[in-house]
Design a protein around this ligand. Structure first.
Ligand code: SAM
Length: 458
């Protein structure tokens, strides 16, 4: 692997960089594969059921993260489609230690959280796991990527995430609103060279400069949306100082902030750095020192007074009592949710998040405000795929327990038979995990797995 000479030269005096070990690691064919299990769908005690033929070892900085001894094909695994785990690069999971350092009671905290650059959804789903009571706005500006983000959020199934698709500048109108903003910024990507050697061709010092400018613009745009004493987490997958420590220095020059350190990082081989001018802490991940890819993360607390200012909320249209009665039996705790119409569809929103969602509508393009219930037609719910994958669905619905072959046929959107299945809507389950819907008719089964998600490979 021919690493860019300009990159290597720029890193010579950076703390933790050791040229020989770095180049050796990049020349090695070894690839690291890691997953993070979904605590709302899977327990660590069931871990042996996931990839039973592979060796799994825990990732030191993430309780739900595991390395896999080889990279399996995830496509034919029904558990993947059921959202039981998320395939994520291990270094990124250090976000958990940052959260633990600043929010000791995160499991109970009802915070407003913005994941500003969220696609494909690694940090979003991790934040959702760390803040079960949080209100998480997962934003992705690029429309096609926002679609991928929404797909992953649907698989994850937790009702505490809304998906938006806006330029960071849109968040300017939500002054002093969020308790936590995570900006996992677009970057020059040198940290991913080992995984994606093709991307080396796109690297240049000019691109690093351009990324650094864009990173500052993104931060400037979202900064007003953070509360006084709110936490800002900045991350990149670049090694360049210009995109990391220099951006931290720029933040400290431009805004009032306190840097935050994350304890015990060094014990895991992570390198703590401080920025030149303002001694802001940052954490560097080098693949020759830890088992993972190149990554940088930093955390700070916003200082300075800012009043909360948000535009008038939109009036949401509540579902009729009749439609509520149709949908409620599909939910585990229907009393915790409001049902609202979005066009002809009905969305399920957590009651405690209603005010927040109504406040965001006038400011943001909301792609997914909650869990979609589906459409009511002729007094019947045509249930949506995301309801099947959600963690709020009732557990006593009619269902078909698919064996591995049937599960794959279902995920390929093929016809299959199900003896003795009851007529009407049925959830297809694989080892207790929902995959989607079928409708059983007197003489056939209609497979409602979304065409766009079906497995094409054999
Ligand atoms: N946080 C994601 C995760 O953990 O899966 C990864 C985010 S990726 C490093 C950066 C994201 O920023 C990409 O999805 C990219 O589309 C988005 N992006 C690109 N240009 C942007 C811009 N000008 N403002 C905000 N986000 C941008």
């Amino acid at each position: 692997m021919n690493l860019p000479v300009d990159l290597i030269n720029s890193l010579q005096s950076v703390k933790g960089f050791s040229r020989e070990a770095f180049e050796k690691e990049h020349a090695s064919p070894e690839k690291v594969t890691s997953i993070r299990i979904n605590p709302y769908k899977w327990s660590t005690s069931s871990l042996p059921l996931l990839f039973p033929s592979l060796e799994r070892t825990g990732i030191p900085w993430c309780e739900t993260g595991y390395y896999l001894s080889v990279r399996p094909s995830f496509t034919p695994d029904p558990f993947f489609h059921a959202g039981c785990y998320y395939v994520q690069e291990a270094s990124s999971m250090f976000l958990e230690q940052v959260i633990k350092a600043v929010f000791p009671g995160h499991e109970q905290a009802r915070l407003r959280i913005l994941d500003l650059c969220a696609a494909p959804g690694g940090k979003t789903t991790h934040l959702s796991a760390l803040f079960p009571e949080g209100f998480i706005v997962a934003n992705e500006v690029i429309k096609t990527r926002a679609g991928i983000l929404a797909e992953n959020v649907v698989r994850w199934g937790k009702e505490n995430i809304i998906v938006t698709s806006n330029d960071p500048a849109a968040f300017n109108r939500l002054q002093g609103y969020f308790d936590l903003v995570v900006a996992d910024a677009p970057c020059s990507g040198s940290g991913m060279f080992r995984k994606d050697p093709e991307s080396i061709k796109e690297w240049s010092p000019q691109h690093v400069d351009l990324c650094s400018k864009r990173q500052k613009r993104i931060i400037e745009d979202c900064w007003p949306s953070l509360k006084e004493n709110g936490i800002f987490i900045y991350a990149t997958c670049s090694y360049s100082v210009k995109e990391n420590e220099e951006v931290l220095d720029w933040i400290a020059d431009t805004f009032e902030v306190d840097t935050v350190s994350v304890p015990h990082a060094a014990a895991d081989g992570i390198v703590e750095t401080v920025s030149d001018r303002n001694t802001m802490y940052g954490y560097r991940f080098y693949p020759d020192k830890i088992k993972g890819e190149g990554f940088f993360i930093a955390c700070m607390r916003k200082k300075g007074h800012i009043d909360e200012q948000i535009p008038d909320p939109k009036r949401l249209v509540m579902a009729s009592k009749q439609d509520r009665n149709i949908i409620s039996p599909f939910l585990t705790n229907p009393e915790q949710y409001e049902l609202v119409y979005t066009g002809r569809e009905v969305d399920i929103l957590k009651k405690c998040n209603m005010d927040d969602i109504a406040a965001l509508y006038p400011v943001l393009y909301i792609k997914k405000p909650g869990i979609r219930a589906g459409k009511i037609m002729k007094d019947e719910l045509i249930p949506s795929h995301e309801l099947a994958l959600s963690t709020i669905i009732a557990l006593n619905l009619r269902g078909i327990d698919a064996d591995p072959e049937t599960a794959l046929e279902y995920l390929r959107k093929k016809d299959f038979s199900a003896d003795n299945a009851s007529k009407g809507w049925n959830v297809v389950r694989f080892m207790g995990h929902n995959l989607g819907w079928v409708k059983i008719l007197p003489n056939r089964i209609n497979n409602y797995y979304p065409s766009a998600l079906r497995i094409l490979k054999h």
